[in-house]
Each structure stands twice: as structure tokens, then as C-alpha cells.
Design a binder for this molecule. Structure first.
Ligand code: ZN
Length: 117
């Protein structure tokens, strides 16, 4: 399994990150959360299932696979935290690729859900 540094370099090259990406300006633990959400390579069930580490890809809410997009946008289990963080709503693009404030808000939301990503 390649090291994290190799993996991130490869991923950046494949996705040609926008030069105004704010992720490098976040604290390290915030970067880790965001990186996992962006790649989908995280401890959420949809990915763990692909790795054979979860018996189901589905979220405990049973409305769909537990992906980053599901958690950030639609999961009813986290509606309250979502409304707290984005009273006006927010697109996935804003949540994952927005301003520094948007990105910090996303990491704060994930911490509020108590999910390990
Ligand atoms: Zn859910």
C-alpha cells in the first residue's frame, strides 16, 4: 500500500486542483477530514464495504449508501447539525471546494455528527 504522501500527490495530479484551493490553509486535522471527504476514501460504510470491511454500504438511516455526499447533503440523521451549520443550505461544491470559511464549517459539521471519517 503506497504511503499517504504518494497517494496525495497522485490524487492531486489526477484532479488538477484549482490554484485557489483553501485546503492547505486549514489546520492539519481539518485537512485530513476534508481530504477524506473529497476522495470518498474514508471510514464511511460505502467505502468500507468496497474494501470488504463493512457488511453493508448503507447508512444506518437506511435511505442510501453512506457516502460523504450523503452525510453532507441528505442524511436525515444529521439534519439538525446540517441546519446548524448551513441554515441557508449549501452545495456539495461549496462544502468541499469553497472558501476557507466554508471548508472549516464542513469540518465542524463532521465533528458535530461524531462520525469517524
Ligand atoms: Zn444516512
Amino acid at each position: 500500500m503506497p504511503g499517504k504522501r504518494h497517494y496525495q500527490t497522485t490524487w492531486n495530479a489526477q484532479h488538477s486542483l484549482p490554484s485557489d484551493d483553501q485546503m492547505p490553509n486549514l489546520q492539519r486535522h481539518q485537512q485530513t477530514i476534508l481530504f477524506r471527504l473529497r476522495t470518498g476514501h474514508c471510514r464511511l460504510r460505502a467505502h468500507m464495504h468496497r474494501l470488504g470491511l463493512s457488511h453493508t454500504p448503507n447508512c444506518p438511516c437506511e435511505t442510501g449508501p453512506q457516502t460523504p455526499e450523503h452525510i453532507l447533503q441528505t442524511c436525515p440523521l444529521h439534519q439538525e447539525a446540517r441546519t446548524d451549520h448551513w441554515p441557508q443550505g449549501a452545495t456539495l461544491q461549496e462544502q468541499l471546494w469553497g472558501t476557507k470559511d466554508s471548508l472549516i464549517r464542513t469540518t465542524s459539521f463532521i465533528q458535530a455528527t461524531k462520525l469517524e471519517v
